[in-house]
Design a protein around this ligand. Structure first.
Ligand code: G3P
Length: 530
């Protein structure tokens, strides 16, 4: 071991919806070592989607261990890893016991839509009792909805954590009991992972990071504090909440494993992580990550822009404790890569996800097919939980290739829909869109996006942007390599190699015709499941 070289690297643990990876970066964002592992998904009832928090923890620690082994095999000492960052699927909700440190039930995943009734209940409360905005003063009906949006940047939806936590307390006796006896700890995924990496029940810290907290419906977006009015509205005691922390600071140290003693210096929700990793740090810069779902974030700088067109306001990052936060407008698409998985696993059109590129490229167009991939309703900018998946324009001419192409186009149309809203909300015309995520590997998909969207699409060569974002935040906490999130110019040297730009080629007339037809298809898919 003594022959191993010492370097200076940053590790990033990326806990996504279907897999975890741990990546070690050097100062230019070259990947030095990495390991990725999938973990089980549980779908116990239609619309339900669960994870086992302990399985996620085990897989996370296994990824760290395997990456360190590979690092050493490549001739580097594991002591080269000076700091780690963590980035994670957001909104997924975990409830565990303060006394035992064990989860009290499975995690409810962000995609899960079992809580429609809880949403309906709180819509009713908002309409009748209202939300207390000042002592003894309530806002009701539309004013109540606006008050909730003013405070949180969000709307009532099955998507957000408070709704999921309410379901757990109402439906899991153990969670209810723990809440009653003040034994309950709540957290989104970063909170759970940090708690365990720093010692769990034996001294683990219970912290929650602000970009993740901005997806719970419990954070005051303006003050970056938990809001007592919201806690009363949803009926939670304050002691269940983690201590709020920024996206870049030393929170604690790893208590065990090959990186024992290494500081944790960055925490960030995965979509905000990708925004940072794509270096979209200034007002007007935007990225879209095409993973299980697709998430478009548009940086609005120091301003919280309230959307009038179906988008959410969210924290992009807070560069250190007490630092001014940077905000973003977000449009979330529920189904992106998961539609390709569906073509592979349920329809059998392809054997591997990457085959979709060849299949889609085998035909020049969709043959008139449109696919609204509303598998569990539609998120931004339509927000219709009752929308149903819709394939329209089918004829005896239609082949799997046309449907594959229509699946890709669905992403492009939904991206355009979000950007149309962003244009109206921010009155800024987007210059280019940075992209990353599994679906961006295929050139055909990127050409479609540029054509349908009518904007330039920039795809970096190294597309682990999410992990890179959390590494940059962690490196910034230690000012390693001079990385400083507060001074975006210091990141100019990072990940600069080989990006490719896709320009729109489609005639404007064709673009508009396709767009109008897409809008008609969306209208037909809406309100199916009333
Ligand atoms: O809001 C959910 C999002 O954070 C999930 O991201 O990459 O795991 O699909 P991903």
């Amino acid at each position: 071991m003594s022959s191993l070289k010492q370097g200076e690297f940053v590790g990033s643990l990326d806990c996504g919806t279907t897999s975890v990876r741990f990546i070690v970066f050097d100062q230019y964002a070259n990947i030095v070592s990495q390991h990725q592992q999938e973990f089980p998904q549980y779908y116990p009832n239609p619309g339900w989607h669960e994870h086992d928090p302990e399985e996620i923890q085990q897989v996370s620690e296994a990824c760290i261990a395997h990456t360190c082994e590979k690092l050493e095999e490549a001739g580097w000492a594991k002591e080269s890893v000076k700091v780690i960052g963590i980035t994670n699927q957001r909104e997924t909700t975990i409830a565990w016991s303060r006394t035992t440190g064990k989860p009290l039930c499975k995690a409810i995943v962000w995609t899960d839509s079992r809580t429609k009734n809880i949403v309906a209940h709180f819509e009713h409360v908002l309409a009748t009792t209202g939300l207390e905005v000042e002592f003894g003063q309530f806002k009701r009906g539309d004013e109540g909805v606006e008050a909730l949006r003013d405070i949180t940047g969000l709307k009532l939806s099955t998507y957000f954590s408070a709704i999921k936590l309410r379901w757990m307390i109402d439906n899991h006796i153990e969670v209810q009991k723990a809440h009653g006896e003040d034994d309950l700890l709540f957290g989104t995924l970063e909170s759970w992972v940090v708690y365990n990496l720093t010692g769990g029940v034996y001294g683990g810290i219970h912290v929650g990071e602000v970009t993740n907290a901005s997806r719970t419906l419990l954070l005051n977006l303006h003050k970056l504090t938990w809001d007592d009015r919201l806690l009363r509205f949803f009926g939670f005691r304050r002691s269940i909440l983690p201590k709020l922390v920024s996206s870049s600071e030393v929170y604690g140290h790893l208590s065990h494993g090959p990186l024992k003693g290494v500081p944790i210096g960055g925490l960030v929700g995965d979509q905000q992580g990708a925004l940072v990793g794509n270096k979209c740090l200034r007002q007007g810069e935007a990225k879209c990550t095409y993973g299980t779902g697709a998430f478009l974030l548009f940086c609005t700088g120091k301003d919280i822009v309230k959307s009038g067109h179906g988008l959410l306001s969210t924290v992009a990052y807070q560069p250190g404790p007490g630092a001014d936060p940077v905000y973003a407008l977000e449009g979330s698409i529920g189904v992106a890569g998961s539609a390709i998985k569906w073509l592979r696993d349920s329809m059998g059109f392809i054997k591997s996800a990457s085959e979709i590129n060849t299949l889609a490229a085998s035909v020049p167009d969709t043959g008139g097919v449109y696919f609204v991939t509303a598998f569990s309703g539609l998120l931004a900018p339509y927000w219709d939980p009752g929308a149903a998946g819709l394939l329209i324009g089918l004829s005896s001419y239609t082949t799997p290739a046309h449907i594959a192409r229509a699946t890709m186009e669905a992403n492009a149309f939904q991206t355009r829909a979000i950007l149309e809203s962003m244009k109206l909300d921010s009155s800024t015309e987007l210059k280019y869109l940075m992209v990353d995520g599994g679906m961006t590997n295929g050139d055909v998909c990127m050409e479609m996006l540029a054509d349908i969207g009518g904007f330039d699409v920039v795809r970096p060569d190294m597309r682990e942007s999410t992990a890179l974002g959390s590494a940059l935040l962690a490196g910034s906490a230690l000012r390693l390599f001079g990385w400083d999130i507060l001074k975006p110019t210091t990141l100019a040297q990072v990940n600069t190699k080989g990006s490719r730009t896709f320009n729109p080629q489609m005639p404007e007339e064709d673009r508009e015709r396709g767009w109008t037809t897409w809008l008609r298809a969306v209208e037909r898919s809406k309100g199916w499941d009333e």
